[in-house]
Design a protein around this ligand. Structure first.
Ligand code: FPP
Length: 228
């Protein structure tokens, strides 16, 4: 959900106003996912590196998450949304941990759309915790496989992302799902997240539908005609 800060700056507003506008947009995109039949949506809301932002912004983001759970949980339940959390919960304030767990538990029977909230999430951190847990479990080296690693990640049981959308024009992965994104398709747009509405989301999905996903192989007809 990149570009909230610049969206606010352009309007002479504080950065947190951009994050609030970003949260409004998240509501629109969740509704659009339900309408378009998207089954999984993962949002990158707070990275393990975001702790390095000014204290006021960090506290503001924590408060926004808390408010969103208080305000939106009922509508999310009504829409059939299941919430999941990706990341380290234990570094959040105890009352926020409880709220996140409550939101996860009260929506766990829903299946129309699964919304993974990456909050205090980092891809490297996720891989490190997976390795630590495998060692604690005494997994023999010969049994470590891509499938096993996937089962130790926060995203266990969730398919790898088909499409990753990065708003605000930045061309980097920023520690997001670095394992899971091995063969994801990318859509990068200069639009700041608060302005990335339903129409552009639909355009991104249409662009994705036209992609030829080869997973490192070659397209079938080309393969038949090639000599190696
Ligand atoms: C990136 O834009 C955005 C964030 C780091 C925070 C996103 C969080 C929310 C919209 C709300 C909180 C979470 C939930 C789940 C409701 P940026 O600040 O890096 O923008 P910039 O690059 O323009 O400065």
């Amino acid at each position: 959900m990149d570009g909230n800060g610049r969206w606010a700056l352009k309007r002479g507003l504080p950065r947190l106003a951009g994050h609030k506008a970003g949260t409004e947009n998240l509501r629109r995109i969740i509704r659009a996912c339900v309408e378009f039949g998207v089954k999984y949506l993962t949002i990158y809301a707070f990275s393990t590196e975001n702790w390095g932002r000014p204290r006021e912004e960090v506290n503001g983001l924590m408060r926004i998450l808390e408010d969103v759970i208080d305000r939106e949980l009922q509508e999310l339940k009504d829409q059939g949304v299941q919430l999941r959390h990706l990341g380290r919960l234990d570094q959040l304030a105890p009352n926020l941990q409880e709220k996140v767990l409550f939101a996860v538990q009260t929506t766990e029977q829903n299946s129309r759309l699964i919304v993974n909230v990456a909050f205090n999430y980092g891809g490297r951190d996720e891989i490190v915790q997976a390795i630590q847990q495998m060692i604690r479990d005494g997994v023999p080296a010969a049994e470590v496989s891509p499938e096993l690693v996937s089962r130790y990640l926060y995203t266990a049981g969730v398919p790898d992302p088909d499409l990753i959308i990065r708003t605000s024009g930045e061309l980097r992965i920023s520690n997001f799902l670095i394992w899971q994104a091995a063969y994801s398709e990318w859509y990068v747009t200069p639009t700041f997240w608060p302005d990335f509405g339903k129409e552009e989301f639909q355009k991104a999905l249409k662009t994705y539908a036209e992609r030829d996903r080869r997973y490192g192989k070659v397209a079938a007809p080309e393969y038949e005609g090639s000599n190696g």
